[in-house]
Design a protein around this ligand. Sequence first.
Ligand code: FAD
Ligand code: EPU
Length: 301
Amino acid sequence: MARPFPDALMALPHRRDVPFSRLTTLGVGGVCRWLFEPVSEAQAQAFVRACALEGLPWRVLGGGSNLVVLGDVAEPVLRLRLPAEPVRRGLEVSASASHGHIQLSAATAAMGLSGLEYASGIPGSVGGAMHMNAGAYGRELVDVLVRYRFLAAGGELVEKAPEPGEFGYRWSVLGAGRVALGLTVRLVEGDPARIRAQVEEYRRRRGTSQPLGRRNAGCIFKNPPGLSAGQLIDQAGLKGLRVGDAEVSPAHGNFLVNHGGATAAQFAELMARVRDRVRAVHGVELEPEVEIWQTPAPDNK
Ligand code: FAD
Ligand code: EPU
């Protein structure tokens, strides 16, 4: 078979035909035809440059904990494998985008630094958390972020402080065409026992309100301003609604879970039914909070 991509891309570490069931927490979707896994920022830059030069659309994957993949993905997918040990300088901690978000929260807690307790139950990578501006319990990443590094659409390396308008509710400027490489957060000295107690309290709250025993992608829909999507879905009587192995969790209305064998089509159908019903009952249009990957690929140029 002819090599579908330029040599500069094919020279990078890559794997073929990896099922999304192994790349995402939800576990639906088809196959990732081309998974590129650079182990350095230079390799990541080579990936973006090569794609930009050829006008190739591409995607970037982190821990796959906020993704619903609706089929096979044929365009190159980038998953960073950067060295990931966090580095502390005073009250600031830097980490690469490949680091686990929960692990970063745990590492800073172990340093006696407070500020990332809210992240103790948010899975995925630091890069995904940057893209999503992940948050919980009234806090979000931008609250502690002091610098971030990313590759711009042409592969240019940018390092800067966050500015107003660059990070919002489950949104950031690190959208299509940009690759988050790393961040620095500024935390405060904290009492280790109090930090541990706060983390435990958040874990307890999550354990009682979210279906952590089933495959899921966190909340599926954004909370509309002033409202809770979970509550709207619950009040519409949708908990337990099932399409095949995809179900609206009886524990939390905004968690759609995969009982093991859900297909992408079943999942898409369940999401559509929930949106339709909430629109009919409440007159509210729910917007996906998860990222949905379906062909055709986004335009990264
Ligand atoms: P992925 O799912 O891999 O990707 C998500 C998006 O980020 C995609 O668009 C992808 O292209 C992009 N992306 C990934 N890496 C990069 C990168 N390096 N550069 C640029 N873009 C990138 N989220 C919350 O905010 N709060 C919660 O409380 C929360 N609770 C959750 C609980 C559970 C049980 C689960 C499964 C999920 C939860 N989530 C929550 C959702 C999810 O964990 C977060 O959105 C997380 O930050 C996504 O990170 P990821 O690495 O898995 O990203
Ligand atoms: N509620 C119901 N029924 C349900 C679910 C919730 O009545 O089925 C009610 C709760 O009783 C509560 C309110 O709705 O009064 C809010 O629920 P919850 O505290 O569970 O928070 P949420 O708004 O549903 C948000 C985030 C979560 C985050 C939690 C904790 C969104 C879409 N969701 O959930 O983030 O963990 O707050 O801060 O913003 C995610 O983004 O993936 C995610 C899980």
